[in-house]
Design a protein around this ligand. Sequence first.
Ligand code: FE2
Ligand code: FE2
Length: 203
Amino acid sequence: MTNELEYHQQLLPLSRAELVDKLRHAMKKKRFDHVLRVEETAIELAKENGVDLELASIAALCHDYAKQRPDQDFIATIKEKHLDPVLLNYGNAIWHGVVGAELVADELGCHDQRILDAVRQHTVGAPYMTKLAQIVYMADYIEPGRDFEGVELARQVTHQSLAKGVALQTKQTLMYLVSTGKPVYPTTLATYNAWVPSNGKED
Ligand SMILES: [Fe+2]
Ligand SMILES: [Fe+2]
């Protein structure tokens, strides 16, 4: 995929090409390719939902920036920045979004809260998510490389209604965590309560 998007809004001190280059060095090829597909899907969803394409591109590209960092980087950040100590009971699956946003701010120089919230919320959601945050959350789930059972339905639902996509993914995630006996980060449960009962009733 060639992406001709040029950044004009000074949301971070890098061009798209420079950002992509940093990401290429911050992660393995498989994850880097995933990140590019998430960006592609996020741009599609942004067009469908009237969201700024530059915001969608940057948030999608940055969403897994910290995914391959060692645990100690996250633990140090949680302590230094006095983030919720409950985070220490979890691991990379939660940290790379919630704590990863801090590394995106500090290391990539992005201080736009809309982008940072989208990165922060991509693993656990939030009771209130902007359209941008919903887009990153869903693009991560339905990008063309995903092939889990039900992904085609998730794609259809999301292109029809972003909010219904958020509800569907959130419900699936909670069911997976419960059925495998994994801990549920409190925000994941709050996301479920905010999005699923209200979006599951009518259809
Ligand atoms: Fe992620
Ligand atoms: Fe991802």
